[in-house]
Design a protein around this ligand. Structure first.
Ligand SMILES: CC(=O)N[C@H]1[C@@H](OP(=O)(O)O)O[C@H](CO)[C@@H](O)[C@@H]1O
Ligand SMILES: [Mg+2]
Length: 535
């Protein structure tokens, strides 16, 4: 078919200013928008030739990228979404600089040189940026493409047009050739990559599961939760839940765990939370209340430093806190650590003594308390116009931290969100969190006695003052193991005496716990059979 007539007719509407010479440069033609109308039209023509030659869709992007608004530009995109091949950059320059009356000759020259079959179909994708000149200039490109089946994408980023050209020519293999397709491809991949935003929650078949379900809609994209033991079939706290996981030191049933993936367990009324994961060797790792307290304390301390505020921060624990956690908090973090009797009311009370009091029982019940004064200082700082951005950012972060925390009592849901936020902000994996310090192996046992009130304790329950001889027996047993510690106390919630032991190895901790149990049984009126050695 003869290309002459339609081209001549249309090109008259996009005349070239005589003598104007432009080069196809680094990224196509680029200059003041007023000089580009004929260039656009001609690039439309050239794109159809390139499309016929390659038997593929070609892209034309109208933009001058980072240049000032009054500039514009145009570049061609080859079939796989790459920049047009250099030979064709040469044709582009020739076509752009042919005077009006020489245009047909210049065009025929390209057709001949490239032996282009003009009966071949052509397909051109045109895109433009937001410059005021882009609308009319992209129309000029379309005029050049004219009746040849061009597709105008309208406003797109440069890379989006490259992407869509490639999608079209790979028949969808690279993705869907639409802006929607571009978003959905990137987003899906992003979600996979940031799977760290995924958390498996063991709801202990309790109320926490129901409430997590309710809250899920609020979290949707920010945190993907897989809820297990949601109460639809299993029994409350049976082989699952925070207490089971903490005491048994093993995963709950009913939770699908993949190596390295974060999991957490609530207890039956959702005021406790513990985290855990299995590593690539299948080894179970528990991150209990002590590890949670350490993570939160570290985070808060860093923010206080960044905000440049001097507030007294303290951590409150019980005798059940792992010895490694206490050492880490005191020695490495230089945080004041208090030890109170078991029971949240005691910890809460002690935490009120600080500007910021972080309290957690090892079993995962805990929260953070901020004094009124501390809250005010943080709020003023967050609103202070005279401080630098780093300090302000930290102050605002502290403010949001205060708001995500339930200061009235330990709260599995609130603690979970705070922990997830800290891990995300610090870009920390659960493995990295776990490796802040290593727990001393430990064991908790229960001993049945006729009347557990015969045991009296002192020193935040770390020493038994009655019955006579019990503490001496514990002391001499503890001496036999490295890094060992043990104590006993009557439970406040069950009719048992609780025994706790920790030592350098699990074997030692188990052995020590067993021997202390025997001492309790013998000296404090044990009932039923003698405590058995753990297998
Ligand atoms: C070793 C242990 O976990 N003890 C628990 C348990 O108290 P006992 O007094 O140990 O039975 O239940 C309390 C209430 O939930 C909790 O605050 C406490 O931490
Ligand atoms: Mg509870």
């Amino acid at each position: 078919p003869d290309v002459g007539a339609p081209v001549l007719k249309q090109s008259g509407l996009h005349p070239k200013p005589a003598g104007l010479v432009l080069q196809y440069g680094t990224a196509g033609f680029r200059t003041n928008a007023k000089k580009l109308d004929h260039i656009m039209f001609r690039m439309g023509l050239l794109a159809t030739l390139r499309s016929r030659k390659t038997k593929a869709t070609i892209g034309v992007m109208v933009t001058a990228s980072h240049n000032p608004e009054e500039d514009n530009g145009v570049k061609l995109i080859d079939p796989m979404g790459e920049m047009v091949t250099p030979t064709w950059e040469g044709y582009a320059t020739q076509l752009a600089n042919a005077e009006q009356e020489d245009l047909l000759t210049a065009l025929k020259d390209v057709i001949e040189k490239e032996a282009i079959d003009m009966s071949q179909e052509a397909d051109v994708f045109v895109g433009k940026d937001t410059r005021s000149s882009s609308a009319s200039l992209s129309q000029a490109v379309m005029d050049g493409v004219s009746a040849l089946g061009g597709h105008n994408y309208g406003l797109v980023t440069t890379p989006q047009l490259h992407y869509m050209v490639c999608c079209q020519n790979t028949k969808g293999k690279y993705g869907d050739a639409t802006v929607e397709g571009y978003y959905s491809k990137l987003y899906q991949a992003f979600i996979q990559l940031t799977k760290s935003k995924h958390l498996s929650v063991d709801g202990a078949n309790g109320i926490g599961a129901l409430k997590v379900r309710e809250m899920e809609a609020h979290l949707k994209k920010e945190l993907q939760i897989s809820l297990f033991n949601d109460g639809s079939k299993g029994k409350l706290n049976h082989q699952c839940g925070a207490d089971f996981v903490k005491v048994q030191q093993k995963p709950p049933t009913g939770v699908e765990m993949n190596p390295g993936e974060r999991c957490c367990s609530f207890d039956g009324d959702a005021d406790r939370i513990v985290y855990y994961f299995i590593d690539s060797e299948g080894q179970f790792h528990l991150l209990d209340g002590d590890k949670i307290a350490t993570l939160i304390s570290t985070f808060l301390k860093e923010l206080l430093t960044q905000a440049g505020v001097d507030l007294k921060m303290g951590a409150v624990q019980t005798a059940y806190a792992n010895g490694s956690s206490t050492r880490y908090l005191e020695d490495t973090m230089q945080v004041i650590v208090r030890c109170t009797k078991t029971g949240v009311k005691h910890l809460h009370h002690a935490a009120q003594e600080f500007d910021i009091g972080v309290y957690f029982e090892a079993n995962g019940h805990g929260t953070v308390l901020f004094s009124k004064a501390a809250e005010e200082i943080i709020q003023h700082l967050a609103e202070d116009a005279n401080i630098n951005d780093e300090r302000k950012r930290a102050a605002r972060m502290l403010q949001n931290t205060i708001n995500v925390i339930n200061q009235t009592v330990g709260d599995a849901i609130a603690d979970m969100l705070l922990i997830e936020a800290i891990l995300a902000i610090k870009g920390m994996t659960i493995q990295q969190w776990d490796s802040i310090y290593s727990d001393l192996p430990n064991r908790q046992l229960k001993v049945k006695v006729a009347d557990r009130r015969v045991i009296d304790t002192a020193d935040a329950e770390r020493r038994a003052v009655s019955p006579a001889g019990l503490q001496d027996a514990i002391d001499s047993l503890v001496k036999k193991y490295r890094k060992a510690r043990s104590f006993v106390r009557p439970s406040g919630t069950e009719d048992v005496v609780r025994v706790y032991a920790e030592a350098e190895t699990q074997e030692s901790a188990d052995d020590l716990a067993h021997k202390v149990s025997l001492a309790v049984y013998r000296l404090a009126g044990g009932v039923g059979g003698e405590p058995k050695q753990l297998l």
